[in-house]
Write a protein that binds this ligand. Sequence first.
Ligand code: NAD
Length: 542
Amino acid sequence: MNNAIFKFDSPQNEPILQYGKGSKEREQIISELNRISSEQIEIPLIIGGKEIRTGKTAKVVMPHNHGKTLGIYHQATEKEIHLAIDEALKAKEMWENLSWIERSSIMLRAAELLSKKYRNLIVASTMLGQDKNVYQAEIDAACEVIDYLRYNVYFASTIYNDQPKSEFGQLNRMEYRALEGFVFTVSPFNFTAIASNLNMSVALLGNTTVWKPATTSLLSNYYLMKIFMEAGLPAGVLNFVPGSGSLIGNTVLKHKYLAGIHFTGSNRTFNSLWRGVTENLTNYVSYPKLVGETGGKDFIFVHNSANPIEVATAIVRGAFEYQGQKCSAASRSYIPKSLWNEIKEHLLNQVSRIKVGGVENFENFMNAVIDENSFDNIMNYIELAKKSNECEILAGGTGDKSVGYFIQPTIIQTTNPYFTTMQEEIFGPVMTIYVYDDKDYQETLDICNKTSPYALTGSIFANDKYAMIQACKTLRYAAGNFYINDKPTGAMVGLQPFGGARGSGTNDKAGGSLNLLRWISPRTIKETFLPAQDFKYPFMEI
Ligand code: NAD
């Protein structure tokens, strides 16, 4: 059945549904939101294909209405963590020996299930559990999840088809082995697509995983796991292990067959995982591959040849969509004095029209931030700016956590380009603006380049080609995803492979073949047809 060379073409990206007034998709998603919010589910661990209930439970709530419980989840104890590792190792032999075409077929079937049968479920559970408006949930939980699954099959086909050439008398082959051991996948709360891809990209290449999902995205992540199983993913390939990050991390990092970590989240967590690996280094069978996408302090830099209304719109969408809880969210801007008044006018006008509230009301452009810790952390930054004589709050600056964790879109203007909110990742709806003298374009580009430890995304707005290229050059290492005349968010799988360096991670570019290459351990095989029969070479004849 598998004796053919398979060819996969580069896929099209999944079309985005718009949920316009009166549309069928809007009607369907409202009914799914009602259904999910009227029930309370129990989320077990899923290890070796079996549901496990530990009895150690905690609540899953809606961030915009935290008194409302969507369900409870069971947390792993040390026993289940060991079990998950054992099951991942047990499942690996059959999984890696299965033809990659069969593994691909499971990925493509999962994509179809998500695109059709379960689209409403995955979009609505992401809306309610992670507080995304319908459009943000659609582009994440439906389109991006599906795109990763389909594109990765295509990228994998280009890898498997890449074979070394052979000369007369020999046959060379490259065997793309899975890593020797299991992969620990640790996902963040903010993208259902990342939770999916951290696991499925690795699994596509024959690996098995122990998956630690974020506690605040369990509703959608649990449904993902169930959909993957329905698509045919065999028991033990992915092991879904909610629970305490440090308990799971510490247990997993000690295992000698830890072959890799596929991580997305904060620097603090990635650094602690990296340190843990270093401490256990001599215990491992192989050097674990460490792939981590971490924080960002993403910028919009404006030249005085830019169009003011385009800049203002990019700031509003880039900084406030999903409440600024994207690693790529714009959170600092540099604006020339000559354009400031006009940009400010557009900006304040657009921000005044933003509505903040629950995800069920489609008028709301913004919803709640993820939890109380996050709310307090963001408000602390806002308070810091309020107290500083280097800052002025131009919009927002308030929050209310009594019912849901709501923070108004906040714009700070600072006279200090190194003010704390120009440097540190806030991960909330806060934009800080520094207005520079037009003649200081190059100096201000230099400041932008060295202000923050991160280098994830950034954009330049300019219509003057020389100025555009000057920014592109000075900011060469300031962003792994660089945009010209666009907001710095919204990278699409297959079109703009995503990731950054410096403090933003290992820059292994999810959504492209570079990431997949990290999850294989190639073996080169040379076969010689007529081996030599004497050790002497011609040069030795005299
Ligand atoms: P986080 O670091 O708090 O959590 C990420 C995951 O790590 C969660 O599953 C958490 O439970 C787990 N964890 C925490 N401590 C652990 C430990 N000691 N061992 C093992 N696992 C542990 O991050 P978050 O709040 O969920 O996500 C927000 C962060 O993610 C932001 O910094 C954001 O920039 C970053 N992010 C980056 C990208 C990117 O592509 N660069 C994408 C999305 C999010």
